[in-house]
Ligand binder design. Structure first.
Ligand SMILES: [Fe+2]
Length: 345
């Protein structure tokens, strides 16, 4: 899901840059003997034990600490405090991307976990990668102040064709059938071009972007569309995960996040990487500005990057807790600078 707003003019200018093909040609007859076989067949895959359970717990604690840093009375042990008044502003009940959060030390630690980087190096068959400045998700179960409905979408503009971005999610807390988690329409990425071969209307969802924002890498599907994919043999599945597991999906895949219904808080981090060569010089300049000003981006590492100083809105006003810097700044290593796109390989 895009996490920024921007002007319509920018969007229209940007629209001219849509690539119309795969940015990498994968040999479809090749067998890898690892998770890549399933990924290339279905457009998604779960990779087990990418980080240890202990390391996953470290990130859970860091995320809870981050929520506590706002001093709004949030207590992870007291469900009475699991309301918007006690939490920083999020999207869809738990997606955090504002307040410089994308550049917190913990976020860069997550992106530079060796086994995480290894996944994207294997996938794209290059070590020269750049990452998105994505957010994270902490969702409390059974919140009484939320109106939630499924919002099946994909994070690739229908004007882009082929596989151009792959999204990832590093999971930190148990995620069984009743817990919050990712729901994927397995196989839908492969049907993207067929689905969009005729004019399609976005669903009239409360979270739908205004139709004039043509640049966005987002399409919201309606109930009939969901059925269309099922009729083609796709399967809508809730991805069950253990702490330390990673899920990877082609950005053309229909998906949404399910809110938790048990008593387990959901903790995940979104991590995406693509080859640096996919990015234009212009995109790298914008990315450097985002990095230096602690601004987040969409899931797309190499394009759709818009430095913006928009503040999160709380009850129609800029949130008084707005901040332009992380609480804990990242340790800036050469690896971080390269993944940020600031330093060349
Ligand atoms: Fe999404």
């Amino acid at each position: 899901m895009a996490t920024q707003t921007s002007t319509i003019e920018e969007g229209l200018t940007y629209g001219a840059q849509f690539e119309q093909k795969d940015l990498v040609d994968f040999d479809t007859s090749r067998t890898y003997g690892d998770w890549r076989d399933e990924f290339h067949r279905t457009g998604c895959v779960v990779i087990k034990n990418v980080i240890s359970k202990e390391r996953a717990q470290y990130y859970v604690d860091k995320q809870l600490q981050w929520l506590n840093n706002f001093e709004l009375g949030f207590d992870p042990k007291n469900p009475e405090t699991w309301t918007a008044d006690h939490l920083p502003v999020s999207f869809k009940g738990g997606m955090y991307s504002a307040y410089g959060s994308s550049h917190e030390k913990m976020m860069w630690e997550g992106r530079t976990e060796p086994a995480v980087v290894d996944i994207f190096e294997k996938l794209w068959e290059t070590k020269e990668l750049i990452c998105s400045f994505d957010g994270f998700n902490v969702s409390m179960p059974n919140r009484k102040d939320l109106n939630w409905s499924p919002w099946p979408h994909c994070d690739q503009n229908p004007n882009r064709k082929g596989m151009q971005a792959v999204q990832g999610l590093l999971n930190f807390a148990p995620s069984g059938p009743k817990d919050g988690g990712l729901v994927l329409m397995k196989g839908s990425a492969k049907l993207f071009d067929a689905f969009f071969s005729r004019e399609r209307e976005q669903d009239d969802h409360e979270d739908a972007p205004p139709p004039e924002l043509k640049f966005m890498d987002l399409f919201l599907f309606n109930k009939k569309d969901v059925q269309w994919f099922k009729d083609q043999g796709c399967e809508l599945v809730k991805i069950d995960m253990e702490p330390g597991d990673f899920v990877l999906w082609d950005s053309r895949t229909m998906h949404y996040a399910q809110l938790p219904e048990g008593d387990q808080i959901r903790h995940v981090q979104y991590i995406c990487m693509t080859p640096r060569r996919f990015a234009t010089e212009e995109a790298l300049v914008a990315k450097k500005e985002c990095f230096e000003k602690f601004i987040g981006t969409t899931h797309w590492p190499h394009c759709n990057i818009r430095p913006t100083s928009d503040k999160p809105m709380r009850n129609g006003e800029p949130c008084p807790k707005s901040r332009a810097e992380p609480f804990e700044k990242p340790i800036v290593t050469d690896q971080v600078l390269r993944l940020a796109g600031v330093k060349a390989y």
